[in-house]
Write a protein of this length. Structure first.
Length: 247
């Protein structure tokens, strides 16, 4: 059962629960339109080549008869094979064909889903496939149903935020060193990072309580030249740790 609209909850063979963002008709329609434009361009290039070389009618007929199915099916086999479930069209929409549990599909599944593509294409421009995507719970065309595959949106990469730490006050102590963070570890610094990334979203009371808890955690490994408020201690410790790494 889907966790929410457009998402499918699955459990991997390693017993890890995942929520897959299942692609709908809109993004899949754009992807296949781009793929068909590329396929049409390939066929036009073949036709222009034949027009320029003037082969016999029999040779022209053979080449066109072989080229059409090769371009129609070979295009998908080639790109989904080398790009692990993606075609140029899917790539522009950040889509990928996978197994129904989100794992990479096998060669057999890729073969089945693409052989059934001709049925999805009927009577024109994937009409049957579009109806199937709209009616099925997991937005699957007939090829997906036959091959046990899904088309999902790839998750966006996580980009860490820059830390929002105000500049230090102009007065320094102990020869320019306000805090000694030689006892801090990367785990302590990541705790500080998570606080600075979230604090602008917290209410004043929650922000003060969280700062107090984190200050109590790092106090045993941080020495200060003078007493500091909780949030000031966190800022100074983070700044000193970053400076230490830079040095």
């Amino acid at each position: 059962m889907s966790a929410q609209q457009g998402y499918e909850r699955v459990v991997t063979p390693e017993a890890v629960p995942l929520e897959l963002d299942v692609a709908g008709l809109g993004s899949r329609g754009i992807a296949i339109a781009i793929d068909m434009l590329i396929q049409s361009a390939i066929m036009l290039a073949i036709i222009f080549f034949l027009a320029a070389t003037h082969p016999s009618d029999a040779v022209t007929l053979v080449i066109l008869s072989v080229s059409a199915p090769v371009v129609f099916w070979g295009y998908f086999f080639f790109f989904e094979g080398i790009w692990h479930g993606r075609t140029p069209g899917k790539r522009t929409q950040h889509l990928r064909a996978t197994r129904a549990d989100g794992q990479p599909m096998s060669g057999g599944q890729m073969t089945v889903r693409n052989l059934v593509r001709i049925v999805d294409f009927l009577p024109l421009y994937y009409a049957i496939g579009c109806v199937s995507i709209v009616l099925t719970q997991r937005s699957q065309r007939l090829g997906d149903l036959a091959g046990g595959t899904l088309v999902i949106r790839e998750p966006k990469p996580f980009v860490p935020k820059a830390l929002d730490i105000p500049p230090p006050p102009p007065v320094e102590v102990s020869g320019g060193v306000r805090v000694d963070v030689t006892g801090m570890t990367e785990a302590h610094y990541q705790l500080l990072r998570s606080y600075f990334e979230r604090r602008s979203e917290l209410s004043p009371a929650a922000r003060a309580q969280l700062a107090q808890q984190i200050a109590a955690t790092i106090t045993p490994v941080v020495r200060t030249a003078q007493p500091m408020m909780d949030e000031q201690l966190l800022e100074e410790a983070a700044r000193a740790y970053r400076g230490r790494l830079g040095a």
